[in-house]
Design a protein around this ligand. Structure first.
Ligand code: PLP
Length: 375
């Protein structure tokens, strides 16, 4: 690794640009430390922790502007466990998946492997683009991804043309989008995510905003006699969530930090404020890349470029792994591209917790490193 030192004046105030686990605001950690003898290490079945779970559920309902009848439910295991739970408890017979990167492909694979479901319909498109969902008569669940974290492509979650609410469910993986990108909740039935991205907390938990139609589906499938392991049973998660609990013990710090972030965003103006902040960061990074002679936005269509995860291709003359390595030695971490995409690329999180001024500083640091490597 070349020994390049970035001048202190160019460095961002905080060097964390990873896409998950992502930057946790120091103020949130300080608040957690202040609760070290009153909250941490206490029972999740008692009022103190249940109050925190309630604050998370209510705060998310406010942040996501959920319509009446939608409920926020939660459980352990992160988004990956939620895919398994959805395979058991949300897909009735057949799902359709828009597959345009690592994460969207994984949910499709989980459903395809399930012996109790029909072969899913998978519509894919090359990395850097996204497909559109099309109505299919025997599909009862449409699986979309609001933001494909592996490629930096975002799409607007919407019901397929001609498919009205109540006819089929729309399930949206919003793991890296929830709290940072705008959406219309009436267009979705299940908007699920984990708190280690825009919610600036830790991993291991899943959260889902669930419509009345999806609640009805969860309860109907649970009564149908289908075998569902208890830890993946959404009807059990629902029952516990309504009591502000989880089926088994959650990570209390994760819940606490997520509440800190949700209340920070709500207190500053809600989703519109957070999304505008991400818009600013996106304008900075894509604007820089378009003007630069050594960087280019990977996603061609500007409307597909994610405002929470930017993927930036570097000129073949500079090795992106070396650039990311030099940045890391200077305290700027996790700008490496998604390993399986295999491009000469940097991937940079623009989540609400990340200061737009730090994104700006990062662009100057990259220019400095590329300049030094070319000498
Ligand atoms: C990070 C991510 C996941 C995986 O989340 P886990 O909590 O690690 O299971 C799934 N989908 C998307 C879009 C993600 O960004």
């Amino acid at each position: 690794m070349p020994d390049i030192s970035i001048p202190a004046g160019l460095l961002p105030a905080d060097g964390r640009f990873g896409c998950g686990p992502s930057k946790v605001r120091p103020e949130a950690v300080d608040a957690l430390a202040a609760a070290k003898t009153t909250y941490l290490g206490t029972s999740h079945r008692q009022a103190t922790v249940r109050f925190m779970v309630s604050a998370l559920r209510n705060g998310l309902a406010e942040l996501l502007a959920l319509p009446d009848g939608y409920e926020v439910i939660l459980g352990n295991g992160g988004t990956t466990a939620f895919w398994d739970a959805a395979t058991f408890g949300l897909v009735e017979r057949r799902s359709q998946h828009l597959s345009f990167g690592e994460f969207s492909a994984k949910f499709a694979a989980a459903v395809a492997a399930a012996p109790h479901l029909d072969e899913p319909e998978v519509i894919d498109s090359p990395p850097g683009t996204h497909p559109e969902s099309t109505p299919t008569p025997d599909v009862d669940a449409y699986a979309l991804t609001h933001n494909e974290t592996s490629t930096g492509v975002a799409m607007t979650p919407a019901r397929p043309p001609g498919v009205s609410a109540g006819e089929a469910l729309v399930l949206v993986d919003a793991t890296s989008a929830a709290g940072g990108l705008r959406f219309d909740p009436t267009e979705v039935d299940v908007y699920y995510f984990a708190p280690q991205k825009c919610l600036a907390s830790d991993g291991g938990l899943w959260l889902a905003a669930v419509s009345p139609a999806a609640l009805e589906r969860i309860e109907r499938i649970a009564r149908s006699g289908r075998w569902i392991p208890a830890s993946l049973d959404l009807s059990i998660a629902l029952e516990n969530s309504r009591k502000d609990q989880t089926y088994n013990t959650p990570a209390l710090a994760t819940i606490f930090l997520a509440v800190q972030q949700v209340e920070w965003i709500n207190g500053n103006g809600g989703l519109e404020w957070a999304a505008s902040r991400c818009d600013t960061s996106a304008e900075i990074i894509y604007g820089w890349a378009e003007r630069s002679d050594h960087a280019t936005p990977f996603v061609e269509r500007p409307e597909d470029r994610s405002h929470v995860v930017a993927t930036i291709d570097l000129d073949d003359a500079v090795d992106a792994n070396v650039v990311a390595g030099v940045l890391r030695r200077n305290g700027i971490v996790d700008t490496e591209s998604y390993r399986k995409l295999g491009r000469n690329q940097l991937r940079i999180a623009l989540f609400p917790a990340i200061e737009p001024a730090d994104v700006e500083a990062l662009t100057h640091c990259i220019d400095h490193v590329v300049g030094a490597l070319r000498e």
